[in-house]
Design a protein around this ligand. Structure first.
Ligand code: HEM
Length: 524
């Protein structure tokens, strides 16, 4: 009996262990099947050109990435991939796909892919433009927008911009009848206005002469080198050789800029300390550097700003603000001299709104609707950042039905979209009227209409948009209102460009000014 019981017990035991084993097997099989199904369900990478082993498409990409990427879009469609060595670049060139990246999946696509040259000049990518989407980026961007660019701060710093624009008008007047390099003129004016807002200094005088002239060339070179494919990024084992000399040049630029920043920061710290010692409170408006130094002193813990971050933010503003505005001004002036009918309409509007016996003030700007349309049309054909600042997804995702892996490099091809006949009538024609007749006013810089995104879109949209827009319009309105501009005899307007993270006119815009206002004292 006992034996039988034990036998029956054994039998029950073995049948229940059989059931458990079958159960485990079934669960494992199910998990395997689900995993397999999931694997099968991962969509493919976007299509794209074939490259060579190891180097990928690198030997065929050339230096003019914006035109090359537009051509490839014509072959492979609005989303395609390009392998540059082992770096996967995904290029997007339709408004609906841009929306997927910068609106629907904005949080995932808000990191940057920071290359070596950029790391060298942004103190390791701790600035606003290249910090990853996270606490520090949010904090720095918030401080910048609140303390430097709030509408009340912009209004209260108008006097600084006005002073610089008046100096520019006087300088141009002194060059009446002789060729003026528009880029140089605007660069110095913008740099002075920005530096005045940042730390109350300018490029005038002894210090200015020291730093001023070489800055423009230095910044232009910087924009070219940070935008171009660098062999050291693509083949890290070759980085020590720095085959294109990019690291050397980037380090040189960052050393020069660092010296300037050390100088102005030291001066500001000393003047704050002196004011404290003497028990004085500031009566004039604080500049941005003073605000940053105070925040640095007051905030500890998570909201503290390191000296390196402080420098990186100052550098961001100087670079981002000066080069974009200068390049766009050169394009606007070139376009106006090429299209005399448009120039005539701009100047007629200026006579009507400002008059011939006054200089332009910022209060006139909202009424200059035709000039606004000219600037918008220029941004459409010549966006200074043709791919915005490339993004990088923080996790793998799906765009347009294709797999976009974590860490890939996303190029939003604003340049191609803004010239695409699918979205623009006669896209290569320079026609400002299209921005006057857009009916519902949706073609602004806010990044909500994805066929027109010169300032980007989503949480990474340009942080300096309001200042950039105002400064550009104010300088252009002023020089167009105060002078007639003609091409030097025998020269022609060249509208070819050269690629960089900021894409520029190939040749400078040079023109001869003649005063056009009724009173001489307006120029002196
Ligand atoms: C005037 C012409 C300007 C144009 C066309 C322009 C365009 C852009 C674009 C396309 C981006 C990248 C947006 C994206 O990734 O979606 C950007 C970012 C940025 N811009 Fe501008 N910009 C201009 C002026 C300025 C000025 C005047 C400043 C500062 C004073 C400035 C500061 C910045 C900063 C800090 C970022 C990085 C934003 C971030 O990553 O959060 N920009 N700009």
């Amino acid at each position: 009996m006992g034996c039988w019981r034990s036998y029956a017990g054994d039998e029950r035991l073995s049948s229940s262990s059989l059931t458990v084993s079958i159960g485990i097997f079934a669960v494992l099989w199910l998990l395997w099947a689900i995993k397999k199904q999931k694997k099968v369900a991962v969509p493919p990478l976007p299509p794209g050109p074939r490259g060579l082993p190891i180097v990928g498409y690198l030997p065929f990409i050339g230096t003019e990435l914006h035109t090359k990427f537009e051509q490839l879009g014509g072959i492979y469609g609005p989303i395609y991939k390009v392998w540059l060595a082992n770096k996967l670049c995904i290029v997007i060139s339709s408004p609906s796909l841009v929306k997927e990246v910068v609106r629907d999946q904005d949080a995932i696509f808000s990191n940057r892919d920071v290359n070596r040259a950029t790391l060298a000049v942004t103190y390791g990518g701790v600035d606003i433009a290249f910090s990853p989407n996270g606490h520090d980026w949010k904090m720095l961007r918030k401080i910048f927008v609140r303390e430097m660019l709030s509408p009340s701060n912009l209004d209260s710093t108008f006097a600084l911009r006005r002073e610089e624009v008046r100096i520019a008008i006087r300088n141009v007047y002194d060059k009446t009848g002789t060729p003026v390099d528009v880029g140089e003129l605007v660069f110095v004016t913008v740099m002075n206005a920005i530096m005045n807002m940042l730390w109350g200094g300018t490029l005038q005088g002894e210090e200015g002469a020291k730093f001023g002239a070489e800055f423009k060339t230095m910044f232009s070179n910087l924009m070219l080198i940070v935008g171009k494919p660098n062999v050291s990024d693509l083949f890290p084992t070759l980085a020590n050789f720095d085959l294109q000399g990019i690291a050397r040049e980037a380090k040189e630029i960052s050393k020069n800029v660092d010296q300037v920043l050390d100088y102005v920061i030291d001066k500001a710290i000393k003047s704050l300390a002196k004011a404290k010692e003497e028990g004085k409170t500031m009566t004039r408006q604080k500049d941005f550097l003073q605000v940053l130094l105070e925040i640095r002193e007051q905030n500890t813990g998570a909201d503290s700003i390191s000296m390196i971050q402080l420098k990186a933010v100052l550098f961001d503003v100087v670079i981002a603000g000066s080069d974009t505005t200068t390049t766009t001004s050169e394009w606007v002036m070139a376009r106006l001299m090429k299209h005399s009918e448009v120039m005539r309409k701009v100047q007629e509007e200026l006579i009507e709104i400002v008059g011939m016996d006054k200089l332009v003030e910022e209060s006139h700007l909202p009424k200059l609707r035709y000039l606004d349309a000219v600037i918008k049309e220029t941004f459409r054909l010549h966006p200074p950042l043709p791919f915005l600042i490339p993004r990088s997804p923080s996790k793998s995702s799906i765009i347009g039905g294709y797999h976009v892996p974590k860490g890939s490099n996303i190029f939003v091809n604003a340049w191609a979209i803004q010239r695409d006949p699918k979205y623009w009538e006669n896209p290569l024609e320079f026609k400002p009227e299209r921005f006057l007749n857009d009916g519902c006013g949706t073609l602004d810089f806010s990044g909500n209409n994805f066929k027109y995104i010169p300032f980007g879109s989503g949480r990474r949209i340009c942080a300096g948009l309001t200042l950039g827009d105002r400064t550009l319009k104010y300088i252009l309105a002023s020089i167009l209102h105060s002078f007639e501009w003609k091409l030097p005899q025998g020269s022609e307007i060249d509208i070819s460009d050269t690629f960089g993270i900021i894409t520029k006119k190939k040749s400078p815009t040079v023109a001869i000014p003649t005063p056009r206002l009724s009173k001489l004292e307006l120029y002196t």
